[in-house]
Design a protein around this ligand. Structure first.
Ligand SMILES: C=C(O[C@H]1C=CC=C(C(=O)O)[C@@H]1O)C(=O)O
Length: 410
């Protein structure tokens, strides 16, 4: 069957006994075996995951953040915190798509037509036991000790006191061993069950490696009804029996920290001379075992003369002051000089553009994530510093944040 120039391949009778999850796994195995990049994700509130396979690694290299409009190519964006030769900006074109909500078909884009014969044969092939995930070729990043991280926080607070920056988000990486027979796809489905309101993803790209995450933070979203959405998410405390969204109490430090992120977004709107936006919050929200403060910003794109607002905002927003700091350039300079490791794709952004439908994009900040390597996982977490930050609390906060995705390693 053809929809436009897209081909829809039907699963053969041989695959009749395979569940939707087994079919997704089989397609992922085929993509990995043939050295192709892939992304698997489940959007907040969605019941089912999707898989996207790019026809080749070369086809994923992109110089610019994606355009968020209906005419732009469909695909999955995977952007680093800072672009470099080691951490290229990627956009995986939607060459092969599988939606677990429609498990009887696999959609192939015109650009990937030459894959159809091999893919048709693969759909009828016996599923593999083990999937050969792509591993990163970069060195393991430096992982700060507790003393080193506390020193980084101290230097960050000093930079704020000296007014070199208003806010900076320090972060660190940590190594954890993988349980025996660790299966990234099973871990993805575990996270997906656990965090219904998170954006759960598993991205695997030759050379770049395999990244698994469950993030609560929208960077830029354009919905089918023409609404642009972003959020200021910051400040953290554990969710407990005593402190829930209804009963949480926030300190001055946390209120200020989040207000700076909200102000940063308003400044982006101002740069574009946009005045008509809806602001809701801040309110307390749950993200896994944590509470955060969140302000939502929405713009009705049907009512403002800004057709490229989504694209322009994405380019202004990244990296937001929830992951970099304020002013942006000074904070980035501080991190480059003092953080002492390569964040790679942690605190970059990721998500589908024009996959669900033309003009629908959902990009998230890549938080609460880990990198799967051959024998270990690298976890990442950061904390927004203000003049009142306490090194011990900030260390504990990174531990708590690492637990969100780290739970799958136990
Ligand atoms: C930088 C991270 O979280 C950001 C998002 C929410 C709360 C944050 C905070 O309380 O510091 C951070 O700004 C992270 O999870 O690594």
């Amino acid at each position: 069957m053809r929809i436009g120039d897209y081909r829809q391949l039907k699963w053969p009778a041989a695959a009749a006994g395979l569940t939707a999850q087994a079919r997704l796994s089989h397609l992922a195995a085929g993509a990995l075996r043939t050295g192709r990049p892939l992304a698997i994700w489940r959007e907040p509130g969605a019941a089912q995951a999707r898989l996207l396979v790019a026809r080749s690694l070369e086809a994923t290299y992109t110089g610019l953040p994606p355009a968020l409009d209906a005419q732009a190519p469909a695909g999955f964006a995977f952007f680093p915190f800072r672009e470099s030769d080691l951490n290229p900006a990627l956009f995986l074109p939607a060459d092969v798509l599988f939606d677990m909500a429609q498990p009887d078909v696999v959609t192939v884009a015109p650009a990937a037509r030459e894959l159809v014969p091999a893919l048709t044969a693969w759909l009828a092939a016996e599923p593999l036991e083990h999937l050969a995930w792509h591993y990163g070729t970069q060195a393991v990043p430096h992982t700060a000790t507790e003393a080193e991280y506390k020193e980084l926080v101290r230097i960050g607070v000093e930079a704020i006191e000296k007014k070199e920056v208003v806010k900076v988000v320090s972060s660190r990486a940590a190594r954890r061993s993988l349980p025996a027979d660790f299966d990234p796809l099973a871990a993805f489905f575990e996270l997906e069950q656990k965090y219904a309101q998170g954006f759960v993803s598993l991205v695997s790209v030759p050379g770049v490696g395999t990244w698994l995450g469950a993030t609560p933070e929208v960077l830029a979203e354009v919905t089918a009804d023409g609404t642009f959405h972003t959020m200021a998410l910051a400040a953290t405390q554990p969710l407990t029996a005593e402190f829930t969204p209804r009963t949480a109490i926030w300190r001055q430090k946390e209120i200020e920290e989040q207000a700076l992120v909200a102000r940063y977004i308003v400044n982006c709107f101002k740069q574009l001379r946009l005045r008509e936006y809806h602001e809701t919050g801040p309110r307390t929200v749950v993200a896994g075992q944590l509470l955060h403060l969140r302000t939502d910003f929405e713009v009705n794109l049907n009512h403002v003369p800004f057709p490229s607002l989504g694209t322009d905002m994405l380019r202004l927003l990244h990296p937001t002051s929830a992951v970099g700091g304020m002013p942006k350039a000074a904070a980035m300079h501080f991190l480059q000089k003092h953080e002492g490791y390569d964040r790679a794709y942690y605190s970059g952004f990721l998500g589908p553009v024009n996959v669900a439908a033309p003009g629908v994009a959902r990009l998230y900040v890549n938080l609460r994530c880990l990198q799967v390597r051959a024998n270990e996982a690298i976890l990442y977490a950061g904390t927004g510093l203000t003049v009142d930050s306490d090194p011990e609390r900030e260390w504990q906060e990174t531990e708590m944040k690492m637990h969100t995705v780290g739970a799958v390693l136990q």
